[in-house]
Ligand binder design. Structure first.
Ligand SMILES: Cc1cc2nc3c(=O)[nH]c(=O)nc-3n(C[C@H](O)[C@H](O)[C@H](O)COP(=O)(O)OP(=O)(O)OC[C@H]3O[C@@H](n4cnc5c(N)ncnc54)[C@H](O)[C@@H]3O)c2cc1C
Length: 480
């Protein structure tokens, strides 16, 4: 069976690694247009590196008529704990030599001002009932919050009422580093890793085989696939259009870029502020624009990152041009795009105004979040990655969707959130959908139970003992 994967970001490489581990007989080819794996959205500063497990992100617990819904938070937390089990396995097998090369324990905090204190308190009461979040702490004491997340409080007047929650066991993840380690392993395992190879078109031959047409250094190449997975970020949209699958006309892409303010800091400062602190999104802002101040670790150095500041850039991926985005659309997409622009006018207005936000205004927001921090460090603007949200049947969606063709031969991942953090769980589900027969094999079942304590999200949610065993094993292997 020939499995071809387009895109060597964390999604494509994770799918390849899972497939390789579960069935070493598969012939796997991984095709990437750039010169290495994880150079687009999965690259270290193209994203915020939060191990999203709903410890601190208010957008995962929406409020509807005073009711706080925790279902999404539970789902993401469970998915992240499947991810940690997989990454723990990579360490156990020596595929990743040192877990500190990609994952670090850090506090996950939420910080809100006076008008949201009651809401945060109720959210804390609701969430901490569940075994996923039973270690969450709440405080509205200035001094206590300062001891948790010093930079956000040290120079804030005591008269400003604030509240925060804290979970000690959150993570900062360098998704690039773990992807590179997996790719290195795959290249020693007989997986064909084709770099600098841009897939231009995919189509199905009359025999049912997928033909993947690509360009490498100006030369045309063709690959044949029995199963084709496109994990090409924003680049997945044009390939889906060209696939001529019936579902292709239902999808279009709505791009949202991001910028951060970033500063390198000393080890001493990193110890002082070992946290990721999430605030509250502005009215009209998309969920991924929640402001946050993050400690990041990369290549043995420490950084602070603040943002993201959303941008409206009509491109498929960072570094690709406007023309490619326009070319990725079909005539029938135009009414859908216009419909989204009209229906989500506040969002479009917000994105356009954010795009033109100057450095001074970015600093104002930073100072509002962490008074006095501007002059402490040498901040630079960091252009982050590009999310392409899904427009499906004319509706804008903020989530991720796996689209698999009816004959199961073509799979693709569209959309953005919560992204890299849940990649092992999402890619496992994708493999289950595309290769159901593989999961019938006894050897595969055995291998799955070697890798994971449990991948059953419901079981993790409802059986505290199983969850705790899975988490304890993964945390030990990951040294967090
Ligand atoms: C500002 C921002 C902040 C984020 N913060 C977080 C966070 O804190 N936590 C989190 O979990 N997630 C976060 N994310 C999301 C995360 O970055 C993505 O979910 C993840 O990187 C997606 O991985 P991927 O493999 O799908 O995409 P990518 O890493 O973009 O990989 C896709 C690959 O496909 C290649 N490709 C594209 N088209 C072709 C083609 N035609 N032929 C060959 N190759 C092709 C690209 O070159 C690229 O290498 C953030 C994203 C952004 C933009």
């Amino acid at each position: 069976m020939r499995l071809v994967i387009v895109g060597a970001g964390i999604m494509g490489v994770t799918l390849a690694t899972l497939a390789r581990e579960l069935d070493p007989k598969l012939e796997i080819t991984l095709i990437e247009r750039l010169s290495g794996p994880a150079m687009s959205n999965s690259s270290v500063f193209n994203n915020a590196g939060t191990g999203h497990e709903a410890n601190c992100e208010l957008n995962y617990t929406p409020v509807d008529e005073e009711e706080i819904a925790v279902d999404k938070a539970l789902l993401i937390h469970a998915q992240f704990n499947v991810a940690k089990q997989f990454w723990g396995y990579l360490v156990e097998q020596g595929i990743v030599k040192d877990p500190a090369s990609f994952i670090h324990a850090t506090k996950h905090c939420t910080l809100v001002a006076e008008d949201s204190i009651d809401l945060l308190r109720r959210r804390y009461q609701e969430m901490s009932k569940h075994h996923f979040f039973d270690s969450m702490m709440f405080s509205d004491s200035h001094d206590e919050i300062q001891s948790w997340i010093p930079y956000t409080m040290e120079h804030r007047p005591k008269s400003e009422r604030m509240a925060a929650t804290k979970i000690e066991g959150g993570t900062d993840v360098n998704f690039q580093a773990v992807t590179e380690e997996m790719a290195r392993y795959l290249s020693h395992q007989g997986v064909n890793l084709e770099l600098n190879t841009h897939v231009k078109r995919v189509h199905k031959s009359p025999t049912g085989t997928w033909l993947v047409e690509a360009l490498k250094n100006g030369n045309a190449l063709q690959y044949k696939a029995d199963k084709l997975f496109v994990g090409a970020g924003g680049g997945a949209f044009p390939l889906l259009k060209k696939s001529h699958l019936p579902s292709s006309s239902r999808f279009a892409g709505f791009p949202v870029g991001g910028r951060f303010l970033g500063a390198e800091i000393s080890e001493k400062d990193a110890k002082h502020y070992n946290a990721k602190t999430y605030g509250k999104a502005k009215v009209g802002a998309p969920p991924m624009s929640v402001p946050h101040l993050d400690l990041r670790a990369a290549n043995g150095r420490h950084y602070l990152l603040f943002g993201p500041f959303a941008t409206f850039m009509p491109i498929l991926e960072k570094g690709r041009g406007f023309v490619e985005y326009v070319r990725s659309m079909r005539l029938h997409d135009i009414p859908n795009l216009l419909n989204v622009a009209l229906e989500h006018f506040p969002l479009v207005k917000y994105l356009v105004s954010e795009t033109f936000k100057g450095k001074e205004n970015m600093f104002l927001e930073l100072e509002n979040f962490a008074p006095g921090i501007r002059n402490k460090f040498d901040w630079k603007i960091v252009q982050a990655g590009q999310r392409v949200q899904i427009i499906k049947d004319g509706d804008l969606q903020m989530g991720t969707e796996i689209v698999v063709s009816e004959d199961l031969s073509y799979g693709t991942l569209l959309g953005a959130s919560p992204g890299a953090s849940v990649s092992p769980e999402v890619m496992l589900r994708c493999l289950e959908k595309m290769l159901p027969e593989m999961f019938e094999q006894e050897a595969v079942k055995q291998k799955l139970s070697d890798i994971f304590v449990s991948t059953d999200l419901k079981q993790l949610m409802t059986e505290p003992d199983v969850y705790k065993a899975a988490k304890a094993k993964a945390n030990k292997l990951l040294n967090i």
